[in-house]
Design a protein. Structure first.
Lengths: 657, 136
């Protein structure tokens, strides 16, 4: 019954998306101001109700997973009555249909949110925005209802479900996809704003100011989602890697790069009324990258840990949607871009000059990642299989990323409009000296490869450069949005430091230990005390008891497990992390490595000491906090301005009366 | 009668583990580091750039798959025997094709991977020239 209600809600939501598209489009055609606003009045309520219905449908899916309704095909295929409740719920989106429903729910909810609160855009543009949002939603409703119905019933209910991939039975699955989707799909708002502004030719600083908080919101979630996903892969896969340039990871990185560029170009548009066409283009590109990522992951074109669905029919459907939306938006852009003039030009030594450099370099990185991700798929179509991995992405990406970091350190010191490098020559000299000092110091300290070396030096430069705008200012009077910028840039410096340090200084130890034996890794001595069986709700395990101590420190007890799940049958390594401020000890227990001729059994133990690795994710969180502060700052500023304006208007009325 | 059956029974017992490939013990250097730290570092760097052919988007340095273990073993013993990482890479590429190496080489099928970033670089410089040249 609940499943049928969910399906009905989904159909109704699709119908409302169609209504929203029609009324929005009609309202745009009948010029606003002719008084025929009746039909336009329908658009906002339709959008809001669509959001509510999609949310109801998603709630219905959560319910059937919570009670493990085994007459629903999706539950039978992906759940199991013995799973802990949290994994039953998160299992609702750990599969193709459920994750697409989550996708559409976020899309509908963001539409509802703009319909409810966004009042700054001209009403006609708003109608176009909501129509565009409805148009995008309609395609994905069709995809769900026609080829991926999550509520499909089985003719005969099964006795027990097939279970969920053990790698996904982790708290990471509870948070990673929803966060990532809020970011991914939240960018649909930027897309619809861009389309709406193109339709009505209203690309103004006010438009940029209206769009910016929405992009910031999506970007914060995207940042958190990527950070969490990276940490999840790091501890769950059991080999200490935190970024693999896996196509699925790239699929989340590409919208982030585009959204980051969009944020900065929107700032230029808001402050200087320049980069109009470029900002619109990035709005289209950012969500296009989200849809491309959805296509890559959902179509099964990549077979990787993340790709659950292998079904070409679905792939073709999403490809078709991609062609309509991206192709349509780009066509509209091509038709209208001429009418949207580029706006003011500017000097190299100015804030907007640095932002242009940042934008071009971010777009270049995006292009490199896109190329490296799609190229192997392209050649595979011609039966040539090539692999593009870290040895390609790291150096080629760095060609563009490292100069960008250098510009990032300097850019915020420059003023808008026109500035001279002469004015900030003291700061420039300090940063250059710091760069040289770190380069020399690190290369004297040890044998560090070129990229980590440059990474360490630029991280130091960026860290100092990012707090410099605060120098000489009364900290209590610095605007919240400026704090956001400072923290965001500082976060990137912290993350870059973590990445470079992990890559330069990691120590690895693989050992086959019998109980009682010890080994060393970096500053740690680790002893295997014993190996004992352990069991959970749906798994059994061999659990090692390790005792690790740093020289002169207290021993800490670590208990990594080698787990065997039976539904579905699979083995996973449950790593254990011992976190210090300056790094992490990463311990994994593997298989039994055979017994000595006379001694007890030996166990395979993998240990890593990763100096400052945690800074990667601290940096990610800091970047997200920076984004959130910028969002709060802009919204508060806007509210205050509107309050003042309303008060002034009220006073004028009073005076007139 | 009994003595004639025995060799067959023995053969069957011996064939058992062979039939189940998975239960073979991993090759000795699959999970064992080389004693020479410099050699091990070389091997590690190489392993991180080789694809585990039976996994999904993982290098042989981060995979539990038996095949990845065998390949790690091969890499380590060859490094220990004095081969350079590049010799081992080309030996593996010859054996398994370009797919095994995460580091694309400039060639007939991969040149766009290198040409396009160069074009991007030129385009970026051109944009900067256009944007910044005409300033008043």
């Amino acid at each position: 019954m609940i499943a049928e209600l969910g399906l009905a809600a989904l159909w109704l939501a699709a119908a409302l998306a169609a209504l929203q598209l029609v009324t929005g489009a009609l309202a745009v055609r009948q010029d606003a101001g002719t008084g025929e606003a009746a039909i336009a009045d329908l658009t906002r309520p339709a959008t809001v109700v669509q959001g509510i219905l999609a949310a109801l449908s998603f709630a219905a899916l959560l319910y059937v997973f919570a009670v493990t309704d085994l007459s629903v095909k999706l539950v039978a295929d992906n759940s199991h009555s013995l799973k802990p409740m949290i994994f039953k719920l998160s299992g609702a989106w750990g599969n193709h249909e459920g994750s697409m429903l989550l996708w559409v729910t976020v899309l509908a909810a963001s539409g509802a949110l703009i319909a409810l609160v966004e009042r700054r855009l001209p009403e006609r543009t708003m109608q176009a925005v909501l129509a565009s949002q409805g148009f995008v939603a309609l395609g994905f409703y069709a995809f769900l209802l026609l080829s991926s119905n999550p509520f499909e019933r089985l003719p005969i209910p099964v006795e027990e479900g097939a279970g969920l991939n053990p790698l996904l039975q982790d708290i990471g699955l509870a948070f990673h996809p929803p966060t990532l989707y809020l970011g991914y799909v939240g960018l649909s708002v930027a897309f619809s704003f861009a389309v709406g502004a193109l339709v009505t030719r209203q690309v103004t600083p006010d438009f940029a100011r209206a769009m910016r908080p929405w992009v910031l919101g999506a970007w914060v979630f995207l940042t958190l989602g990527i950070t969490a996903g990276s940490y999840w892969a790091y501890y769950e896969l059991g080999w200490g890697g935190w970024w693999f340039w896996d196509p699925v990871e790239n699929a989340s990185l590409m919208p982030w790069l585009a959204a980051t560029a969009l944020l900065h170009s929107a700032s230029v548009l808001a402050a200087r009324d320049a980069l109009r066409a470029w900002t619109i283009m990035l709005g289209v590109v950012a969500f296009s990258m989200s849809m491309l990522g959805t296509f890559l992951v959902r179509s099964g074109i990549l077979t990787s840990v993340h790709a659950f669905a292998v079904d070409p029919e679905r792939g073709t459907f999403i490809l078709f949607l991609l062609a309509i939306y991206i192709g349509g938006a780009l066509l509209l852009f091509a038709l209208r871009a001429g009418a949207v003039s580029e706006g003011a030009r500017f000097a190299v030594a100015s804030r907007e000059g640095a932002l242009v450099v940042n934008n071009v370099l971010l777009s270049a990185i995006l292009a490199v990642v896109l190329l490296g991700t799609l190229y192997p798929l392209l050649t595979e179509a011609f039966d040539v299989r090539v692999s593009v991995g870290p040895p390609y992405f790291n150096p080629v990406g760095a060609i563009f990323a490292l100069p960008m970091v250098a510009v990032m350190a300097v850019g915020p010191l420059l003023r808008w409009r026109k500035d001279g490098f002469g004015r900030i020559r003291k700061e420039l000299a300090l940063l250059a000296a710091l760069l040289l000092a770190v380069l020399i110091l690190v290369s004297l300290l040890g044998d560090v490869a070129l990229l980590p070396l440059l990474g360490l030096a630029l991280a130091a430069v960026l860290a100092v450069g990012s707090v410099m705008p605060l120098k000489g200012r009364n900290l209590r009077r610095v605007p919240i949005a400026t704090w956001g910028m400072v923290l965001g840039h500082l976060g990137l410096a912290v993350a870059l430091f973590g990445m470079a340090s992990e890559s330069a200084f990691t120590k690895e130890r693989l050992a086959a230990l019998a109980p009682g034996e010890a080994t060393t890794v970096g500053p740690w001595t680790v002893e295997l005390e014993q190996v004992a069986p352990a069991a959970g709700a749906n798994w059994t395990a061999m659990e090692a008891q390790l005792s690790a101590r740093q020289e002169g420190g207290e021993p800490v007890s670590l208990n990594p497990q080698h787990r065997t799940f039976w539904a579905p049958p699979q083995q996973t390594a449950e790593s254990v992390l011992e976190t210090r401020w300056n790094g992490q000890l990463y311990a994994v227990i593997g298989n039994q490595a055979g017994a000595g001729a006379d001694g007890p059994a030996r166990w395979q133990v993998r240990l890593w000491w990763k100096p400052f690795v945690t800074w990667i994710w601290y940096g990610g969180v800091l970047i997200a906090i920076g984004g959130a502060l910028a969002l709060i700052g802009h919204v508060l500023h806007d509210l205050r301005r509107r309050f003042v304006r309303r008060k002034a208007a009220a006073r004028r009325r009073e005076v007139a009366a | 009668m009994r003595s004639r059956l025995l060799p067959i029974v023995l053969a069957l017992v011996a064939a058992g583990p062979l039939a189940a490939q998975q239960s073979l013990p991993p090759a000795p250097f699959a999970n064992r580091q080389l004693d020479d730290a410099a050699q091990e570092a070389q091997a590690q760097d190489l392993m991180e750039t080789l694809r585990c052919l039976t996994c999904q988007s993982q290098s042989i340095a981060d995979s539990d798959a038996p095949m990845a273990g065998d390949m790690r073993h091969q890499v380590r013993i060859r490094i220990a025997a004095g081969e350079t990482p590049e010799e081992i890479r080309s030996w593996l590429v010859e054996r398994y094709g370009d797919y095994v190496s995460y580091r694309p080489e400039v060639g007939a099928t991969t040149w766009p991977l290198f040409a396009v970033p160069v074009l991007i670089l030129i385009a970026a410089l051109a944009i900067f020239r256009r944007r910044f040249a005409r300033q008043g």
